[in-house]
Design a protein around this ligand. Structure first.
Ligand code: NAD
Length: 501
């Protein structure tokens, strides 16, 4: 197959930071190469932010918060701008998806779906802030209390490279809806689609300084680390690996910052013998191979009841072999190129580990016709033991581990037998079992007889090593606001020590 290297029509000349309403280079002139995942050739330079760039961005965001109109505007006024942002994102959906797919290697049809979700994230939080109701309490004749909800300040938003634009919108939407100003640090592997945010926000009329962006790496001395350690950034919303989450937790501790962490996963999909097997096969194929398997909530461990195990494995492997691997830009493609050669090496190393730990029943190598780039065949391992590394560790690629179980108790023990706890998928026609299993499984989210679908009102987040706190619906509003309690005296003032005053 000829591997197209065509780039989207309107690539910027270079990817820059955006600070106080201006595109700027790094203060020290630092840059890095961004690679095309189909060829692994550098296709654009991006500014590499460090401490001084973060200081400039935080200063711009702080001045917009302290002196600008945004935190002082009525919710309805902010909502109007958020709805405009959603309209613009929607109208530029195709261009956005083309950029995202080119930069990240996501199949184009799936990138379009993510762009639509990005628009929805702004619309949803626009609705929510207008309808926001706060608590009030009273003791008749004596006192009343009400809650005064306030934006907090400069929010630091740090995002990963899988579905980058959508995940950025998931943080930007609630952070600015509630009146905060922000500094976004996009993932270094995929900065391209984020370069569209400034134009979108300017066109929508977002006041200058509310949105700032510094590109670059996360490690010590670089943009991510400097953002976490900046004293004028009281909030950090982070999505990424659990290990990075631990580092951020420690680095934010001296300031006791507000933290929201959406981290890694190794989620079980549990298929009981009484399930609709065809639906379970289809959904679990989608669950691990969509988004190239680079999905935090991927059902990457499939646990199957012994009596249907052989049939399930056979059907699953046959279907995995039919998943269409292709170029990211091809609308027929179901699995395309992984984001970066470093990530490709990591995923392929797990494929090799899997070959020594379990039975390979599909995939296991680079697909034919794809000599360059980060392509991996959809790969299925069966008979995976719970102590295997491919059972325990997040691979974050198109690789799945299948394990048999013989009883509900064993299924639960296997499901909970990793350090992670993000999602769980349960397939059974027995409702009582489904509910009981949901109660006992250690995961932030459960899908019963269902694909991974999202209702933006529901809490999103993980337990154990998969996260800290929940976002989604009112939980996001809570994270991005201070709730000050105001007490009003309606009667006489009593003082227990000094008596009546
Ligand atoms: P990562 O942790 O390597 O990087 C994420 C972001 O953090 C990047 O922008 C990076 O530059 C920055 N960063 C790295 N070190 C930092 C530091 N010391 N201080 C501040 N910032 C730092 O993650 P990744 O490889 O980009 O993304 C994949 C991971 O994200 C997977 O583990 C996946 O499960 C997880 N993820 C979770 C969710 C969720 O909602 N739970 C969603 C998507 C992805």
């Amino acid at each position: 197959m000829t591997q197209s290297t065509t780039s989207p029509a309107d690539l910027p000349e270079k990817i820059r930071h955006y600070i106080g309403g201006e595109f700027v280079d790094s203060i020290d002139g630092g840059e890095f190469d961004v690679l095309n995942p189909v060829t692994n050739e550098p296709y654009i330079k991006a500014a590499s932010g460090k401490k001084a760039d973060i200081e400039a961005a935080v200063a711009a965001a702080k001045s917009a918060f302290d002196e600008g109109p945004w935190p002082r505007m009525l919710p309805r006024e902010r909502a109007r701008i958020l709805n405009k942002i959603a309209d613009i994102v929607e109208s530029r959906k195709d261009e956005l998806a083309a950029m995202e797919s080119f930069d990240s290697g996501l199949p184009i049809t799936q990138a379009k779906g993510q762009a639509a979700r990005a628009a929805e994230n702004f619309r949803f939080f626009a609705d929510l802030i207008v309808a926001q109701v706060d608590d009030a309490f009273k003791v008749p004749g004596r006192q009343a209390n009400y809650v005064n909800r306030k934006p907090i300040g400069v929010a630091g938003l740090i995002t990963p490279w899988n579905t980058p634009f959508m995940l950025e919108s998931w943080k930007l939407g609630p952070a600015i809806a509630t009146g905060n100003t922000v500094v976004l640090k996009p993932a270094e592997f995929t900065p391209l689609s984020a370069s569209l945010w400034p134009g979108i926000f300017e066109e929508a009329g977002l006041p200058t300084g509310v949105f700032n962006m510094v590109n670059g790496f996360g490690e010590e001395g670089f943009a991510g680390d400097s953002l976490v350690k900046h004293p004028d950034v009281p909030l950090i919303s982070f999505t990424g690996e659990s290990k990075t989450g631990q580092t951020i937790f420690a680095n934010a501790a001296p300031w006791l910052k507000g933290l929201s962490m959406e981290l890694g996963g190794k989620s079980p999909a549990v298929v009981f013998a009484d399930a609709d097997i065809e639906a379970a096969v289809n959904a679990t194929i989608f669950g691990v191979f969509s988004l190239n398997g680079e999905r935090c909530t991927a059902g990457s461990r499939i646990l199957v009841e012994q009596s249907i195990y052989d049939e399930f494995v056979e059907r699953y492997a046959a279907q995995a072999k039919r998943v269409k691997v292709g170029l990211p830009s091809d609308p027929a493609t179901e699995v395309a190129a992984l984001v970066h050669p470093e990530h490709y090496e990591k995923v392929m190393s797990y494929v090799e580990i899997g070959k020594s730990e379990a039975r390979l029943v599909a995939g296991g190598r680079r697909p034919e016709g794809f000599e360059t780039g980060n392509f991996v065949q959809p790969t299925v391992f069966a008979d995976v033991k719970p102590d295997a590394r491919i059972f325990q560790e997040e691979i974050f690629g198109p690789v799945v581990a299948i394990t048999p179980f013989s009883s509900d108790e064993e299924a639960l023990e296997l499901a909970n037998n990793t350090k992670y706890g993000l999602a769980a998928y349960i397939w059974t026609s027995d409702l009582k079992r489904a509910h009981n299993f949901s109660q006992a499984v250690e995961s932030g989210m459960v899908w019963l007889n269902s694909n991974n679908v999202r209702d933006l009102r529901t809490p999103f987040g993980g337990v154990k090593a998969s996260g800290l706190g929940h976002e989604g619906g009112y939980r996001s509003i809570d994270f991005y606001t201070e709730q000050q309690s105001v007490h009003i005296n309606l009667g006489e003032v009593h003082n227990p020590v000094f008596g009546k005053q």
